[in-house]
Design a protein around this ligand. Structure first.
Ligand code: UDP
Length: 377
């Protein structure tokens, strides 16, 4: 059985790497190939290196100033020869990026069965997050098999009349990646982390990330003002902020935060260094989807700088608090958590609703079972 796994961005690579490895382990059943669009380049390559994955096809599509029209078109046209030459039985795409949606369409044209990992997340607001919500909705229309991380995501798909027997609840593969990596990273921190530890000493740290298009502009200005206020109020704590490469993020962050004492602006971190930072932090402030899923497995409370969320499980479980991009709310929730040990401890002990680290095995077993049924019948 031929499997093609397609991805293009850093978070997709992190979430698809353990799946690729699980398929690659089963060489007697599967001929597995990996295709990267390289919608992100540097950040993607770093993850591939950490997980020791060499793509069979590298479309290398990232271009300066790329827009969604050009990117979508080039993903579809560049996938045609890959799909026609390898002729996979199953094509796996992940989540909600342009690579997901365009990869799904190209796979459908090729006649392969389309498998969607992290299926069924919804905000039900087609413009927010843009373009992710539409990417995931379109992919759900195309996909033959929907690997939903939680029962909530399964419910979302059922409401859209997707056949129940095509939906498999697996947990999120990001937890597989995290649990596989965290021990190794703690035992053998990289030279970068060893150096960083000296700067940090025994200070508490607050880890920040942010990149979402919906926060570009005024949102990031309010976020930076909040971080500045938190930093000025917490001279004994360090705010560590690996800044995403997107210029819309870089500009306000560097303008507002460069001179602020006890704010450390860093380049985006290698995945293994980021995991170490998460594990070492007291509190995480982010607009990232993946970080919200990872943090509860490390017992870290998260403030989420978004107004809508496709991850209500985390809000319901109490592992994250939605604070939007309101400066005052970000500051007051952060200070309350930092200064209220009871609230902090309760939050850090909550169960992670996103899985147990066995999602990839469930996915591979499911595809294996389809093949067995086909052979018997
Ligand atoms: N991450 C990383 N380095 C960083 C920041 C994040 O490796 O400097 C990882 C993090 O562990 C998580 C993923 O990147 O798995 C999240 O990516 P991002 O926030 O870009 O995207 P989202 O999850 O919102 O789609």
């Amino acid at each position: 059985t031929k499997i093609l796994i397609i991805f293009g961005t850093r978070p997709e690579a992190i979430k698809m790497a353990p799946l690729a490895k699980e398929f690659l382990k089963n060489t007697d059943l599967f001929d597995t190939k990996i295709c990267v669009t390289a919608q992100h380049r540097e950040m993607l390559d770093q993850v591939l290196q950490f997980f020791d994955i060499t793509p069979d096809f590298d479309l290398d599509l990232m271009k300066p100033g790329q827009n969604l029209y050009g990117l979508t078109a080039s993903i579809i046209t560049n996938l045609q020869p890959v799909l026609e030459n390898f002729s996979p039985d199953y094509v796996f795409v992940h989540g909600d990026t342009t690579t997901t949606m365009a990869g799904g369409i190209a796979a459908f044209y090729s006649g392969a069965k389309v498998c969607h990992i992290e299926a069924g997340l919804r905000t039900h607001n087609k413009r927010s997050p843009f373009p992710e919500e539409i990417n995931r909705q379109v992919t759900s229309r195309i996909a033959d098999y929907h690997f939903a991380p939680t029962t909530t995501s399964k419910e979302n798909l059922l409401v859209e009349n997707i056949a129940e027997d095509s939906i498999i609840v697996t947990g999120n593969t990001v937890i597989d990646a995290l649990l596989e990596s965290v021990e190794k990273v703690n035992q053998e921190p990289s030279p970068y982390i060893q150096e960083f530890s000296k700067t940090l000493g025994d200070k508490e740290m607050i880890l920040v990330t942010g990149h979402r298009r919906e926060n570009h502009g005024d949102g990031f200005i309010r976020i930076c003002e909040a971080l500045k206020a938190i930093a000025l109020d917490n001279s004994d704590r360090l705010i560590v902020y690996p800044v995403h490469l997107n210029p819309n993020v870089q500009e306000p962050v560097k303008r507002i935060l460069t001179e602020v004492p006890n704010v450390l602006l860093l380049a985006p971190l290698a995945y293994e260094d980021f995991i170490w930072m998460m594990n070492r932090s007291k509190l995480i402030i982010t607009d990232s989807g993946g970080v919200q899923e990872e943090a509860p497995s490390l017992g870290k409370p998260v403030l989420v700088m978004r107004d809508t969320t496709e991850r209500p499980e985390a809000v319901d479980a109490g592992t994250v608090i939605l604070v939007g991009t309101d400066t005052d709310l970000i500051v007051s929730e952060a200070l309350d958590l930092l200064n209220n040990p009871d609230r902090f401890d309760t939050m850090s002990r909550l169960h992670n609703p996103y899985g147990d680290g066995k999602a990839c095995k469930r996915i591979v077993d499911f595809i294996g079972s389809l093949e067995t049924v086909e052979k018997i019948s």
